[in-house]
Design a protein around this ligand. Sequence first.
Ligand code: HEC
Length: 93
Amino acid sequence: MKFLALAAILGSAFIVSCTPKTPAVTGTQTINAEHLAQGKNIFENSCKKCHDLPNPTDHSATAWVGIMNSMAPKAKLNEGQHQMVYDYIVSVK
Ligand code: HEC
């Protein structure tokens, strides 16, 4: 029993540490300044590897959904990073 309890604790710690801090692409989470700052950081570091850094204001929020759906896998972003980058991009006016 002791071992099982320990395994359960370790197991849940592992799940927590591997879960992105922001929920997946659902659109219901609160977007705070830290979330956007992280999105900006990821955007600036991951999106200029293959081409110049795109200009967020060049595309509509709707167009960015499709662009991010094709670019996030290229930039190897996880769901949380994908969402942060998207939210940052559409926050730029
Ligand atoms: C592995 C290389 C690679 C990475 C990393 C990458 N892109 Fe791209 N991107 C491309 C290629 C290739 C094209 C042009 C062909 C295409 O549209 O698929 C492109 C095109 C684009 C376009 C133009 C699309 C259009 O319809 O005009 C935008 C905007 C863009 N990328 C944004 C991003 C963003 C934002 C990121 C970071 C999340 C990113 N890209 C990361 C390879 C990459």
